[in-house]
Design a protein. Structure first.
Length: 560
């Protein structure tokens, strides 16, 4: 039996038969195990690579519609009316799956489905008659076929390699050895033909022969990628600064505002008097991906709740980003004193609620308001900055991903984010597809921190029982109708805290399809508390105490 691995993070497939050079008949044994256990995690789209230079098709397949159960009465009636001629599968705790027999096919009408539903396509066995849904899907063999684009084939014939740029577009990485041979041959011919001129210039100006021929030290791969990125994005409305400019505006980096994994931030001042924050990236960290991510993503935004990027510096190995200055720092330092008033060194519940709404609006803008959908992948209190009026601004787009075709689902080769805020599907694809709902999860954990008045990952809690698992702790307080830390006195404050908890718990539902969109989150926050339904308890249990030392794959297998 042959097996094939579909993406580095995807499942293994058994190859039943090679049909052609680019087509195999395969079966997914992992899916069959899930279906035999009637696991609702199995109801998700077939994981296929997302590549600009190749396309993949699966046949035969069945189109289904997964709809959330916990919706208001009007939405429920819309769903029932829309799918009145469909069969339904109701064994999932939180969702109902609607489908037709494979013979009915997939109509264009079904593109505009109710907002609480999502489309799922999975391989299916044909000629099953009146079989139920699990029987139709179990043991399904399907044909996997892929096609290479003409651009990629042309690139390969020239000795190059097919690659993707930061916008997930195609580019050809030319064979540098071949280019170097051509370059050296050309330079040699020029040198032989122009020896008298070269000798004359050598005597007059004392230039070296190598400098005259333009032979320089090869640039690192990361620098070449950044230069290509900047060339392809010359229309960015950002000013490019020299490294000497950074020294002047920061007084030789005299005032350090903070240090993170990717570099240090310094306070500075532009020639026009504006105070700025200058983020100098570590020269040895990565290959410039964070720099390109931040420039590509923030330069496309314009929103009151998104930090403004004013310029950048790229000079050799020196990389820096210039942002508007946020005098009140990050939200993180205010979490511990959540309920205290401003006079007592806190923000007060009214301001904290405004901050939660502001961040939600900023994320809604990133997901829906830009021409290019932007997924942040690192929402946490540390990355929420506060201006002089304590308005929140989302910052640090180093892990962001762009979706030029406005698709919600993105491909990802490695997990990204911060422990405690990473959505389950980001580190374990069996929980679902990575999408804008992954940002919703991170936002939910941040909101629960605000409501609970403490960090959801506390080193002091590592050796305590599973009762300290933060969502469990919060949910128990919600069930009791209580106050997480005994700090609430007024009814209005109780109402604010309870609303934040309910919205946060909806956002951290384990199945991404059960989480609301950020548009819905804003509606929930701005609506009345009594209109909110109590969310189901997230079914992920507390990770084992040794989880920090476990591999992602091991942790994934434990949680499933």
């Amino acid at each position: 039996m042959w097996i094939i691995h579909h993406l580095s993070e995807g499942p293994w497939y058994n190859i039943l038969q090679k049909l052609s050079t680019n087509k195999f008949s395969v079966v997914n044994p992992f899916l069959n195990v899930q279906l035999s256990n009637t696991s609702c995690v199995s109801f998700q789209n077939q994981s296929l690579p997302d590549s600009p230079f190749s396309s993949f098709t699966v046949s035969p397949n069945l189109t289904m519609f997964s709809c959330a159960m916990f919706v208001d009465h009007n939405d429920k009636l819309k769903v029932q009316d829309y799918f009145q001629n469909y069969k339904n599968y109701t064994s999932c705790e939180l969702r109902t799956v609607y489908y037709k027999d494979p013979a009915y096919g997939f109509t264009s009408r079904e593109i505009s489905i109710p907002g609480s539903c999502s489309v799922i396509q999975m391989p299916v066995k044909t000629n099953q008659g009146s079989a139920n849904l699990v029987q139709m899907l179990s043991g399904a063999e399907f044909d996997l076929e892929w096609t290479i684009s003409a651009d990629c084939l042309s690139c390969h014939r020239r000795g190059g390699k097919c690659r993707t740029n930061s916008d997930h577009g195609f580019w050809c990485a030319e064979n540098r050895i071949y280019k170097r041979i051509v370059l050296i041959g050309g330079v040699t011919m020029v040198a032989l033909a122009s020896t008298p001129i070269l000798l004359f210039l050598f005597m007059r100006r004392k230039y070296t022969l190598l400098k005259l021929l333009g032979v320089r030290k090869a640039k690192p791969e990361g620098q070449k990628d950044i230069e290509l990125f900047l060339k392809n994005n010359e229309n960015l409305a950002l000013k490019r600064y020299r490294y000497s400019d950074l020294k002047k505006m920061t007084k030789r980096f005299s005032e350090n505002l903070g240090k993170g994994g990717y570099g240090s931030v310094y306070k500075g001042k532009l020639p026009d008097g504006r105070v700025v924050a200058v983020k100098v990236l570590n020269e040895s960290k990565g290959n410039g991906d964070e720099f390109m991510n931040e420039v590509a993503s923030i330069s496309r935004t314009s929103h009151i709740n998104i930090v403004s990027l004013l310029g950048f510096c790229f000079q050799g190995s020196k990389k820096a980003l210039i942002y508007e200055f946020m005098p009140n720092g990050s939200l993180e330092k205010f979490i511990q004193n959540a309920a205290l008033s401003s006079a007592e060194g806190g923000l007060g519940w009214e301001k904290l609620f405004e901050i939660a709404v502001g961040v939600a609006r900023g994320l809604e803008y990133l997901h829906r308001g830009c021409n290019t959908r932007i997924l942040h992948f690192d929402i946490k209190p540390h990355n929420i900055l506060l201006d002089k009026d304590l308005n929140p601004k989302i910052s640090d787009f180093g892990l962001a991903k762009l979706s030029p075709n406005r698709s919600s689902v993105v491909s990802m080769s490695v997990a990204r984010g911060t422990i405690g805020y990473i959505a389950p599907e980001v580190f374990c694809r069996n929980f679902g597809e990575v999408s804008h709902k992954s940002d919703v999860y991170s936002y939910g954990m941040m909101v629960l921190e605000i409501a609970g008045g403490r960090k959801n990952i506390d080193p002091a809690d590592v050796d305590r029982s599973s009762e300290v698992y933060f969502p469990n702790y919060i949910y128990k307080q919600l069930e009791r109708g209580g106050d997480p830390d005994g700090i609430m006195n007024e009814d209005e404050s109780q109402s604010v805290m309870r609303k934040l908890i309910m919205v946060g718990l909806w956002c951290i539902q384990t199945d991404p399809r059960d989480r609301p969109s950020m548009n819905k989150v804003v509606e929930m926050l701005e609506g009345r508390l009594e209109h909110l339904q109590v969310p189901p308890k997230p079914y992920l249990s507390s990770p084992p105490r040794s989880a920090p030392s476990l591999s992602i794959l091991h942790l994934c297998s434990i949680l499933l």
